[in-house]
Design a protein around this ligand. Structure first.
Ligand SMILES: [Zn+2]
Ligand SMILES: [Zn+2]
Length: 328
């Protein structure tokens, strides 16, 4: 099998050829990878902003594939079943957070493509309990971005509440799905891109945003909530300034540059700033049931597996419309 291997920060991934795919341990499945989404989190790993990956590491946590091997004790998957593997790869089930139903915050959580080898490969191993069945309406490439961009956007939308007027800052893979779900919920969307990114603004409007502009602009109406997908701390005060009293600003990324100091008046009047971390399996079940009803349509840019570095470079430069997906 082939795998794209990460050896350390700011070094390109290296194509490694191995003789045989790994064998699934009890409770695990072996998956023949059909597609794997490229997420901004993968960039934070290869750029060294997330500092504790297992090394060497195969990145990738939006895995779509078919079960090709079954470890002892796995009852609910059969050979050939199509499964999706998300970022949440394992939780302990016994820490305070797990017992409170917050498995996304598990103190001993292990994440796919970070603590566990991921899907930038021909084969991947996953804990069978954390794999999802995928809606049949999506082909393999189209389904991949649902598994992180879609899921995290869904959780962020949920935490932002029932805002009528919703701002989306950063219009990449996550926002291009969130805008469709939010429209389905009857929300009015205001999309913010890098100043001057006309193509990104056109893309946002084409997916149903009522307004699109630069992140240096104020929307035509105040927002009731804002989701920040871009890893730029300066967007926090910008979003607060655009949000009405009582509104929530949700930071949906795993990493963000430092948030600059801002006047208390921006937070005053019960505005709320919060983050979204990871996902629960319940988020996944809910979102994957909802996506075909919307129906969410994903825009993807496929790359051969061996061109993972090119895909990451283009994502870093903001050149991907929708989501990049590796196809082994
Ligand atoms: Zn736990
Ligand atoms: Zn991700």
């Amino acid at each position: 099998m082939r795998g794209m291997v990460f050896d350390g920060a700011r070094r390109p991934l290296r194509l490694e050829l191995r003789l045989a795919p790994p064998a699934p341990a009890p409770g695990q499945v072996l998956i023949r990878v059909a597609a794997c989404g490229v997420c901004r989190t993968d960039l934070h790993v290869v750029d060294g902003e997330l500092t504790r990956p297992k090394l060497p590491l195969i990145p990738g946590h939006e895995i779509v594939g078919r079960v090709a091997g079954i470890g002892a004790g796995v009852g609910h998957w059969a050979l050939g079943d199509r499964v999706g593997v998300p970022w949440l790869g394992w939780t302990c089930g016994s820490c305070r957070q797990c017992r409170a139903g917050h498995e996304n915050l598990c103190e001993r959580a292990r994440f796919t493509g970070y603590d566990i080898d991921g899907g930038y490969a021909d084969y991947a191993i996953a804990d069978a309990r954390y794999c999802f069945a995928l809606p049949a309406a999506y082909d393999d490439v189209a389904a991949a971005p649902l598994l992180c961009a879609g899921l995290i956007g869904y959780r962020a939308l949920r935490l932002a509440g029932t805002a009528e007027r919703l701002g989306l800052y950063g219009f990449g893979a996550a926002a291009h799905i969130a805008v469709q779900v939010a429209r389905h919920r009857g929300q009015t969307i205001f999309a913010f891109t890098k100043p001057g990114d006309r193509a990104g603004q056109d893309f946002a409007r084409s997916l149903g945003a009522a307004w699109a502009g630069g992140s240096d602009q104020l929307p035509p109406e105040p927002l009731d909530a804002a989701l920040i997908f871009a890893p730029v701390g300066a967007l926090v005060p910008a979003a607060l300034a655009a949000t009405s009293p009582g509104g929530t600003v949700v930071c949906a990324g795993i990493h963000m540059s430092a948030i600059p100091a801002f006047p208390y008046a921006l937070l005053w009047q019960e505005r709320l700033v919060r983050s979204v971390a990871n996902l629960t399996r319940q988020d996944g079940e809910e979102f994957l049931a909802l996506a075909p009803q919307v129906p969410v349509r994903t825009t993807t840019v496929p790359f051969p597996l061996a061109e993972a570095n090119t895909a990451l470079d283009r994502l870093r430069r903001g050149e991907i419309e929708g989501a990049a997906v590796l196809v082994p």
